[in-house]
Ligand binder design. Structure first.
Ligand code: T1G
Length: 694
């Protein structure tokens, strides 16, 4: 027996137990142990049926993703499952927790499946840029049909036990002790004279191949740039068009292609990075956390309302404070509207709407929040206003309450300095819409206490966010890097590239939209005010591009005024505007810039490389502790394409030397001010290393 799989007998029932914490992943020893256990129990004449069960928190949750980089080793999962499926004795999978990926594929290789009511099953390989490579694309369609198989495998979701039973994936939902129930199910099979039942022997239903073409057309835009969804469709198609073994061969061929793809490497990197980001280097794992039972949000505007929803969604009572009743009423109405819309889409019930609304308690009095465990300020982005709020909070809130600011760029240390408790102050930078965007930039101040950091990082996951810890600087991590891209994209337009050309280059790279479409959507006046504040603070750019400011001064603020950089005749489709083209030409002329044709490659380099260089400076300054923090921020806060892994992962993929050489080239063309390679970038290039060698 292996140290992760054991087998025994109980009467005429053979038992196989997998015990490989934390999620019983199918590492080599588990695969070998399964094979050995099945073979021994099949050879034991006293055994008439077999039950497969897992110890710990869950049934097998998939292949061991760690092995993908190092190689899988023998025995492969496909032959192990084949041994089970062709066994002469019935095998029952007893499922709890999450039977996912290879775990569900193992269960599908068994002849029967029972599960606890709380169990979930699924084939989420698509999220790793892969496809079920151990028969999932051939067996599941035989059980559930083409339409459900496409939804389940391309969607990659988790299916609750009841739905899985309705689909025919599991045979029975059992209660009480799972092992006892599994044994009882196996004994009843024997009593009823039921033997092995192999899914491979099911003749798939006849389907019109158009179902696959239509499904592919339906996902084309959303899955643009990904490979796995389209390979999965082809595998499922094979399940209906080819004999089982040929379908398995097709599945293996396409699986191998994905495993070798840069897209899957990027997505597997993100899987681990999204878990690693929650672990703060230097912060002991056992750092005591403060108990967060209640919260309060200051400000019922768009951000404050969205933040309050996150707490209500997590079942945490939250007070929403606004000094003016009319603003409070407006904020609550917006929150209710958001929930009603979600309910209309069937994602929550009407009862959920009422439950969550009941958790949000409006108030206009600071007295009502003095007992809460955490306060998040989400008022107007002005330092004086925020300082006033924190002075009030300092005087009202109980000792030990965490005082957080949702500021998107302001100095958290300066805000903390107006309180007597800077150790309790932290930044929690939500991204708009706050109830939708997963990213939370948690900003540690100079004096923020370790337990406050640990508490807020843990609270991030609890309210459904991915928290990344960053330091205090202008724009923290995301906006600071975005500023570099925004600056260069504006320069490129002055020099002759059109806004639509730049938008297309970044859309084709994989962003949901280009910088100028995004700017019009966010509102040009937002950026205009930020630039105005920076100029007032004496932060003058060495090269100041004014063409967007001129557009704003024409009263064109973007989509909301039906005109900005683009025209919007239908309110949302950007149309290039000759008026803007002439304005840009005039600004270029005023700046003494001779416009020229600019290649897409130059646009991509000048938009992406300054972001990466800024990321290198951020790492040097310790504003982000690791490159993975930066990648997670960009993937979850700015729509960076997951199949490229994030700016720092992608930089390593293309080679830092290429970035460094481009910097040298552009420094000769535009001067060194904006084309000074970060010392870390220079160092890594000299050492022939990447950011992920740090
Ligand atoms: N391999 C290795 N480690 C894994 C793992 C896996 N499949 N799944 C989780 N972990 C680690 C994770 O890194 C973390 O480690 C700990 O377990 C707890 O995870 C052949 C090719 C199961 C729903 O995609 O979705 O099968 O940080 O923090 O929030 O066709 O983990 O503690 O050191 O996420 O309770 C398909 C991936 C693989 C499932 C639990 N399976 N895992 O969530 O805990 S490919 C998956 C999850 C495959 C076959 C193909 C979740 C979870 P650490 P966690 P959680």
């Amino acid at each position: 027996m292996s140290d992760t799989v054991s087998y025994s007998t109980q009467g005429v029932i053979g038992l196989i137990k997998v015990n490989n914490p934390p999620v019983n992943a199918l590492c080599q020893s588990v695969r070998a142990g399964l094979k050995e256990s099945v073979e021994n129990l099949l050879a034991d004449d006293s055994v008439k049926a077999i039950v497969l069960i897992c110890e710990g928190r869950t049934f097998i949750a998939g292949a061991d993703i760690n092995e993908f980089a190092t190689g899988m080793g023998e025995p492969g999962l496909v032959p192990v499952i084949g041994t089970m499926e062709t066994a002469a004795k019935p095998i029952v999978a007893a499922i709890h927790g999450t039977a996912l990926g290879g775990g569900l594929e193992v269960a599908l290789g068994c002849h029967y499946r029972v599960a606890l009511p709380t169990a979930l099953v699924g084939l989420p390989e698509v999220n790793l840029g892969l496809l079920p490579g151990a028969g999932g694309t051939q067996r599941l369609p035989r059980l559930v049909g083409a339409e459900a198989a496409l939804e389940l495998i391309v969607g990659g979701g988790h299916v609750p036990a009841a739905q899985a039973k309705a689909l025919g994936i599991i045979d029975d939902i059992v209660k009480g002790d799972l092992l006892e129930a599994g044994i009882a199910y196996a004994e009843k099979l024997l009593a009823d004279g039921k033997g092995p039942r192999a899914i491979r022997d099911i003749t798939p239903e006849t389907v019109d191949s158009a179902i696959f073409d239509n499904y592919e057309a339906g996902i084309a835009r959303k899955q643009r740039g990904f490979l796995a969804p389209f390979h999965i469709i082809n595998c499922i198609r094979a399940a209906f068009e080819l004999p089982f073994d040929e379908g398995m061969a097709r599945e293996q061929e396409l699986f191998d292609e994905l495993m070798a793809s840069s897209e899957s490497a990027a997505q597997r990197h993100i899987f681990f990075a999204e878990r690693e980001v929650a672990k703060v280097p230097g912060l002991p794992k056992d750092t005591a956390k403060r108990d967060i039972k209640t919260a309060a949000i200051i400000g019922a505007g768009t951000m404050g309302g969205g933040i309050a929803m996150n707490f209500a969604n997590a079942g945490i009572p939250v007070k929403l404070l606004e000094l003016k009743q009319e603003f409070l009423d407006k904020g609550l109405a917006t929150i209710r509207g958001n929930y009603e819309n979600t309910a209309k889409k069937g994602r929550i019930t009407q009862a959920d709407v009422e439950t969550r609304m009941a958790l949000i308690e409006p108030t206009t009095s600071y007295d009502d929040i003095k007992g809460v465990d955490i306060v998040i300020e989400a008022v107007f982005e002005n330092m004086d206003v925020k300082k006033e709020v924190f002075k009030t909070l300092d005087g009202v809130c109980k000792q030990g309450a965490i005082l957080a600011t949702n500021t998107s760029t302001l100095d958290v240390d300066e805000i903390a300095s107006v309180t007597q408790r800077p150790q309790d102050v932290i930044g929690m930078h939500f991204f708009s819409p706050a109830n939708v965007m997963r990213l939370l930039e948690n900003v540690r101040g100079e004096k923020t206490a370790d337990d406050v950091i640990a508490t807020v990082m843990s609270l991030s996951k609890r309210i459904g966010k991915i928290g990344a810890l960053v330091g205090v600087c202008d724009g923290f991590v995301g906006n600071r890097m975005l500023h570099a891209r925004t600056r260069e994209s504006a320069f490129l337009v002055e020099e002759g590239a059109t806004p639509e050309q730049i938008d297309k280059v970044l859309f084709d790279y994989g962003f949901p939209m280009g910088p100028f479409t995004m700017a019009d959507m966010a509102g040009l006046d937002v950026g205009y005010k930020v630039r105005e504040e920076r100029r007032k603070a004496g932060k003058i750019e060495q090269r100041d591009s004014v063409w967007i400011d001129k557009i704003v001064e024409m009263g064109r603020h973007g989509q909301k005024t039906n005109a900005g950089i683009y025209l919007y005749e239908d309110g949302r489709t950007p149309i290039p505007d000759p008026v803007v083209k002439d304005l840009i030409a005039q600004c270029a002329k005023d700046a003494g810039i001779e416009q020229r044709q600019i290649s897409d490659q130059e646009i991509l380099e000048r938009c992406m490389y300054p972001m990466i260089n800024e990321g290198a400076l951020i790492l040097e300054e310790g504003i982000a502790a690791r490159p993975l923090d930066i990648d997670i921020i960009w993937i979850n806060g700015y729509g960076f394409p997951a199949y490229k892994g994030g700016p720092m992962f992608w930089a390593d993929q293309i080679g830092l030397k290429n970035i460094y050489d481009a910097y040298k080239k552009y420094a000769l063309q535009f001067g060194e001010h904006y084309w000074q390679p970060a010392p870390l970038l220079e160092k890594l290039v000299k050492e022939g290393k990447g950011f992920y060698d740090l």
